[in-house]
Unconditional design. Structure first.
Lengths: 387, 128
């Protein structure tokens, strides 16, 4: 194995606990500890804990920080309140055209001591270098500080019906109440198992849960504390394999698969990540045209008649006509059947449309299915997750 | 486990039967490495296979893998119960978890496969 792979502060724990380590976007990460299906189902039934420290964590501050991000992100940042997180796209310019560089979470953290705003961006590991390069190239001479904090911090996702309670239990009384009361896409500083953490009610599994960002040195003790508290109640450590099957069931796009440089966000169901109305950001004019004149293939869910999966790149056929291409596909452990996401022609996008996926020269029947494939039961009175 | 098993480097095992046919399966190492098996496709009886060619495929949650014919010959029997009960592969990979029986074209091909000790050495040296 290459020695040049990046490692998270939890790599020793993974290796000592049976993690099968793979190269993921240049990081040595666990794809699974045992069974992906068991890890997946534990997250749905109890809780799963994921090392997501490979994700890029960028800190933006200074008096002009909000105006600067407002001019660059597809989602409105102006007026964002402290403690709010928003799902956004990061667009940039490449060879004279505008492209989608990544999708990201932007959050406003508590103001600095001097009263200036502080914001954070969480970006995909695979895109971090170019997003950092792009944003640095757009920095104004004064008024904005921009730091890549990926390597000095760690990020742990705890997801599942027991997740919020477990993390709250490990927090001091005031902090525990704040964590429990945290709404979706809200974020708060809190001390968890003794570590100063930023706790966000966010995730990538379709479950309720939180993501915690801590200093790198605090990661292993925090992970161990959550494991000790949750293990007896069914919490399991989960690798990237389960992370992928969970997000697929939840109908969440993954950059490089459903979402690409040239993507039309409205066609792939990410219109919510684009605030237009008079705003200007790289690609805003192109996006306004795409919104006004819908065209091109749209993202749909496909439910297959088998446990055999259709994988990325497989053709979708209507009779003999190629009508689309699979962008992600897997056996879905919660559903007990294979599912996929695909980009298809608009005339076959209606739910219930019968198509075939061409899997290694064999046709497999599939049906267009509304996304998400899996939706958790929310308690009465719980607020729906607004992105 | 019987010592008369032979192994391919691609993790299939072969057991020559007294009836002149050879039973083929996949090793416990391969089953464990794949984990989360969800689908298996086996050939039809009567199909002719050549050593090293794909005999069928086995799919885990993560990926699809080919199963290769360790010897050349004709498929004379298929474990049709296996695709519907893939857990058998984990429970009894060298018994109930067999895949196919092949009537070998050339029994000498068996001699080119690994014996148990060499196979164990091979998988013991692979990153797991």
């Amino acid at each position: 194995m290459s020695t040049t792979l990046l490692e998270t502060p939890l790599v020793g724990w993974h290796a000592a606990h049976g993690g099968r380590m793979v190269d993921f976007a240049g990081w040595r990460m666990p794809v699974q500890y045992g069974s992906i299906v068991d890890e997946h189902l534990a997250t749905r039934a109890a809780a799963g804990m994921f090392d997501v420290s490979h994700m890029g964590r960028l800190a933006v501050g200074g008096a002009a920080a909000i105006d600067w991000l407002e001019s660059l992100l597809t989602r409105r940042v102006a007026g964002i309140e402290v403690g709010r997180a928003r799902y956004t796209l990061v667009t940039g310019e490449s060879g004279g055209r505008t492209v989608v560089l990544d999708d990201a979470l932007v959050a406003r953290e508590p103001d600095a001591a001097d009263g200036t705003p502080r914001l954070s961006l969480v970006v995909n590991a695979s895109n971090r270098p170019r997003v950092v390069d792009w944003l640095r190239s757009r920095l104004p001479a004064t008024g904005v500080t921009f730091i890549d904090r990926t390597f000095e911090t760690a990020m742990i996702a705890v997801q599942g019906p027991l997740a919020v309670g477990l993390v709250a239990e490990l927090a001091a009384a005031d902090d525990a109440a704040r964590i429990t009361a945290l709404g979706p896409y809200r974020t708060t500083p809190a001390r968890v198992a003794g570590a100063a953490a930023t706790v966000s009610r966010t995730g990538y599994t379709g479950e309720d849960g939180v993501e915690l960002v801590v200093e790198a040195a605090a990661a292993a003790p925090l992970w161990e504390a959550i494991m000790a508290a949750g293990g007896p109640r069914g919490l399991r450590s989960c690798g990237l394999g389960a992370r992928d099957t969970l997000r697929l069931e939840a109908g969440m796009p993954l950059y490089g698969h459903e979402l690409r440089e040239e993507s039309d966000p409205f066609a792939i169901g990410l219109g919510l990540a684009v605030d237009l109305d008079g705003r200007r950001f790289p690609g805003s004019e192109r996006f306004a045209r795409l919104k006004a004149e819908p065209a091109g293939r749209v993202r749909v869910g496909l439910r297959l008649d088998s446990k055999r999966s259709s994988r990325e790149g497989d053709a979708v056929l209507l009779g003999e006509r190629p009508v689309g291409v699979v962008t992600s596909g897997s056996f879905a452990p919660t559903l007990g059947t294979a599912v996929a996401m695909a980009l298809v022609d608009r005339d076959v996008a209606a739910a219930g449309t019968a198509v075939d996926c061409l899997i290694r020269d064999t046709r497999q029947a599939a049906r267009v299915t509304p996304l998400p494939f899996y939706r958790r039961h929310t308690r009465q009175g719980a607020t729906a997750g607004a992105v | 486990m019987a010592a008369d098993l032979k192994f391919a480097k691609t993790h299939e095992w072969v057991r020559p039967e007294t009836t002149g046919v050879a039973t083929v399966g996949i090793s416990s190492y391969a089953v464990e490495a794949l984990t989360d098996l969800v689908f298996m496709q086996l050939p039809a009886v009567g199909k002719r296979v050549k050593a090293g060619e794909s005999l069928g495929e086995i799919e885990s949650v993560k990926a699809v893998s080919d199963v290769y014919a360790p010897i050349s010959g004709e498929i004379v029997e298929v474990n049709t119960a296996l695709p519907g009960k893939l857990e058998t592969l984990g429970q009894d990979p060298y018994g109930e978890g067999w895949l196919v029986r092949i009537k070998p074209d050339d029994p000498a091909e068996l001699d080119r496969l690994l014996d148990r000790a060499d196979y164990d050495k091979l998988v013991g040296s692979q990153p797991h």
